[in-house]
Structures are given as structure tokens and as C-alpha cells.
Design a protein around this ligand. Sequence first.
Ligand code: NCD
Ligand code: ZN
Length: 332
Amino acid sequence: MKKIKIIKPDDFHIHLRQDELLNLTVPHCSESFARALIMPNTIPPIASVETLRQYRDEIAAKDKSFTPLMTFKLLKSLKKEDVLAMKEAGALAGKFYPAGSTTNSADGIKRWIEIKDLLKVMSDSGLILSIHGEDPSVFSLDREKAFIPQIEEISQEFPDLKIVFEHISSKEGVEAVENGSANLAGTITVQHLLMTLDNMIGGTLDPHSFCKPVLKSPVDRDSIQRVVLEGNSRFFFGSDSAPHLIQKKENSSGCAGCYTSPVALPLLVEFFEEHKKLDLLENFVSRFGAEFYGLPVNDDTITLEKTSWIIPDEFSGVKTLYSGRELKWKIK
Ligand code: NCD
Ligand code: ZN
């Protein structure tokens, strides 16, 4: 049987949620990923040393072999000392959510200038700025493009600040990273790599592929595929796996977020294999992100076998992307 063995990957953007859901999300994540960058848009948000420590301990207690890499949410009310204290407590990145752009972002930032002092401290102390790059005041499909000037401004103001343009969904977003400074990188999700808006609304409506930023055109998806298949080290994997209970997705006011942890790695292997670029998989999932974040690559390895399986209809009340579909690769 065909097998593939690679360095155990990292997921540089994940929502593990809280309480009971951690019993689902942590084992699913740790099956494929040795470490993951934990998003802070919980309720209340991760925005203090206490909440950060408590959340990290709660996650770590679910699986001793898994390393949560912590982030905090940038809030207007934060002080420079708070940011430094969270860095001291182990935070790797601060997350900038434009106010109203996505799930639990009402307390976000209107324009970057509001947090200029905090960005200065982050730059000086080596914290990474992680950005949900969408301007929610414009038309859905143009939101990412409309946000790019803010990324360029931050990058010019703070040339030493490392910035991650999260879950790139558009050709313009791809090009902004490609043409930006060496301190700018982008994460890519499986849904934006593989799907277009037609997967969500081209036939019947699939709420389980609804996420922010919303899926876009074939041109956008192709440009995401292009940089991944070129092996561009400025783009690395961040799943943005973001579970919501089925009743919150299949709803007249459905939540944004795709749950992908249990299927992401097999889908990626399939994608690289189909494009005859399996040799590039390990860099994308296990090396480029660690290098950008200044972390050593993981010691562990993971093996996948070419065995087909069907994605279950649900996992404890949550549906993944592509539920019911056959996958060609399985984690051993
Ligand atoms: C995420 C969530 O549900 O927390 N949703 C999403 O659609 N991606 C938040 C986010 O990363 O935008
Ligand atoms: Zn996210």
C-alpha cells in the first residue's frame, strides 16, 4: 500500500472553542498537527495573561502531546504593558480583527491607527501580527481587496513587524503577499485552496462551506493554488478550522466557519498528489510556517496511507467540510 511519511505538521490558524467542544477539537487537531496557533476570539476573548494561561492549560490538559501556540486579541482597551505581559506569558502573536468582520469580532478594531502604540510594542518585542484582512464596510467579495492598503500601511510604518495575512482568499491578497516585504506572509486554508463560491451556492446551498472570508472565484482559487504549487515559502498552512454546532450552521442566520481539522491533511495530500507535487507538501504544512514564526520544525513524523474512507456525516453535532465525501488518504 502506498504511504507517505512527513514531519508532523503545524496548523497556524485554528479555533478550538471552549468547554465541551474542546473534547472534540483538541483530539481532532492533534491527530494531524503537533502544534497549532490558537485563535483568541472566545467569549470572553483571550486578552489578558490570566485568560491566556487558563485557556492554554485547558487545551494542554486535553492532550499532553499537543502544543497550543497562543495568541491574544488586540483590543483598543489594551495597554502596552498588557501586550508585553502576554508576550512574557508565552503569546506568539496578537490578532487584529476588524470590528464586525467575523464571528465574535464586535469588539475589534476599526482602523489600525487605533492600535498604533500596541503595534509598536509588538514590533519592538518580536510579537507577530496576525490579521483577519477584511474591510466589512464593503461588498462581501471585495472585502479582502479593500483591506490591503491597511496591511501596506502597517508594513511601511513597522518594517520589522512580522505580519501574517490570514486565510488568503483572493488573487489580490495573494499578490499583496508575493509583492510585499519579506516580513509579510499568508496562511491558506483547505477551503480557499480547493473550493469556489460555487461549492457553497452554485447548486443547492451548503452552509458548511460558508466562512469568512467567503469563498471566491476560480481565478482567485487558481492564484492560491499557483503559489502553493510553486512552493512559495511565504505561504503556509493555517486551517481556520472553526466549528459551529449543526443547528448554528443550518440556520436562517447561519454562523461563518468551516470545520476542517479531521479532513484537512488528507485533502492536502490528495491535492498535492493530483498536481504531482507531493514533494512540496511537507514544506507547506510542516516547515514554512515554523520558519516564519521562528520555531524549530517538529521532531515527530506522521504517516498517511492510501486507503479510501468516507467522511462521517457528523462528529458530536458538528459537520466537517465535505461530509459524506470519499477521501483517498487516511492518517495511520
Ligand atoms: C471564524 C470563527 O467562527 O471563529 N469564522 C470563519 O468564518 N472563519 C472566525 C474567523 O477566522 O473569521
Ligand atoms: Zn479564523
